[in-house]
Design a protein around this ligand. Structure first.
Ligand code: SME
Length: 164
């Protein structure tokens, strides 16, 4: 089976270039949203340094419900008006949070989390869910991570929604 390699030693741009390539290979020919979400979580968690949680929440029409992830057990349901995930879902913009303690309403699923990035998943104007990644270090994520994570999310959305 596919061997998710650690990319810790590479500069960020290359980490995300490699991750995008690996994600495309992993999702090639598969459109199941759970299967591809599970592999994307495992891929990112194993490849990138300084993470403690990586995974999905899916929108069920009312709130966000926990999907495939890697890390400690997390909150099962998040209302749209709550937390970083809710903010990403309602504004439909990526939330880059350098200090989770300074974010009003942040939900601490894992007390170790210090910074976080949440990318909204939107297909044809419809909210699908969010992709959430946490780090135990402050300011772990920057605009390079944002752009890299957004690309990964687009690869995921294409795998699930593109007619191939
Ligand atoms: N911190 C998130 C909740 C999800 S966990 O980090 C996995 C939030 O504030 O929405």
């Amino acid at each position: 089976m596919f061997d998710a390699l650690s990319l810790h030693h590479l500069p960020k741009a290359e980490q995300y270039q490699q991750l995008a390539q690996q994600a495309r290979v992993l999702m090639e020919g598969e459109s199941d949203r759970i299967a591809n979400a599970a592999n994307m979580s495992a891929l990112v968690m194993h490849a990138l340094p300084d993470l403690n949680w990586a995974g999905f929440y899916f929108y069920d029409g009312t709130e966000l419900v926990l999907g495939p992830f890697q890390g400690k057990p997390a909150c099962l349901r998040i209302q749209l008006e709550r937390g970083v995930c809710g903010a990403a879902a309602t504004t439909r913009t990526t939330q880059l949070v350098p200090d989770v303690h300074a974010f009003p309403g942040h939900i601490a699923c894992d007390a170790a989390s210090r910074s976080e990035i949440v990318v909204p998943l939107v297909n044809k104007g419809r909210l699908i869910g969010v992709w959430d990644v946490d780090s135990p270090f402050p300011a772990r994520f920057d605009v390079k991570d944002q752009s890299g994570m957004e690309t990964l999310c687009q690869i995921y959305l294409d795998s699930v929604f593109s007619i191939r």
